[in-house]
Design a binder for this molecule. Structure first.
Ligand code: SF4
Length: 193
């Protein structure tokens, strides 16, 4: 999950999944495997996810951070309170807010809101966000309105991503057959694009 959160940066989940498959078939998809694999080899295995040299360095940075977390390693790290875990992840070179929130939400199963581009676009168009907030503002805004429950927030994020891909696309949104139309959203024409 943590590796996937890095691999999906600036690409589709399909490409990230292919890279994960290559890591798994090379027996590198484990703490031990990722610790021992040379960075150049790691980069070549994840080439299909794009920006592969940068992502290989970021994955190595994460592994070093896990190793520094103490003898409990990954379990110790993911067991920390959400706020502290998020702050620690953000201090790792190459881990931004979206990646940190994905790790907190899906790997640590702690409540947070992943205010990615899909979420911000849908929430703005449907009126849940009053303006085109940036990541931090949108996240805070939504966390103030939503239950602090990782399962609900994870499901919500997954549904927003799906809606963003299938209906609420950046260009040519498919409002007429969107399940939110008339229920939670008046359609893209009700707001500027
Ligand atoms: S109705 Fe249109 S603007 Fe609203 S969420 Fe659906 S696709 Fe997006």
């Amino acid at each position: 999950m943590m590796v996937g959160a890095v691999l999906v940066q600036n690409t589709s989940w399909t490409n990230a999944e292919r890279a994960i498959g290559r890591l798994a078939s090379s027996r590198a998809l484990s703490l031990t495997g990722l610790r021992s694999i040379p960075e150049t080899r790691l980069a070549s295995l994840i080439r299909c996810s794009g920006c592969f040299r940068i992502k290989a360095r970021r994955i190595k940075n994460l592994i070093r951070h896990i190793d520094r977390a103490g003898k409990g390693g990954l379990k110790e790290l993911l067991g920390r309170p959400a706020v502290r875990l998020r702050e620690e992840l953000l201090a790792v070179d190459g881990i931004g807010p979206e990646t940190a929130d994905c790790i907190v939400l899906y790997a640590a199963q702690r409540p947070t809101f992943v205010a990615d581009a899909y979420a911000r676009r849908i929430l703005y168009r449907s009126g849940f966000l009053a303006k085109r907030d940036g990541y931090a503002e949108a996240r805070t805004n939504m966390l103030d309105q939503l239950p602090s429950d990782a399962a609900i927030l994870g499901e919500l994020h997954a549904l927003l991503v799906r809606l963003g891909k299938e209906h609420c696309r950046k260009s040519s949104p498919r409002c007429p057959d969107c399940p939110l139309l008339g229920v939670l959203c008046a359609g893209v024409r009700s707001r500027d694009n």
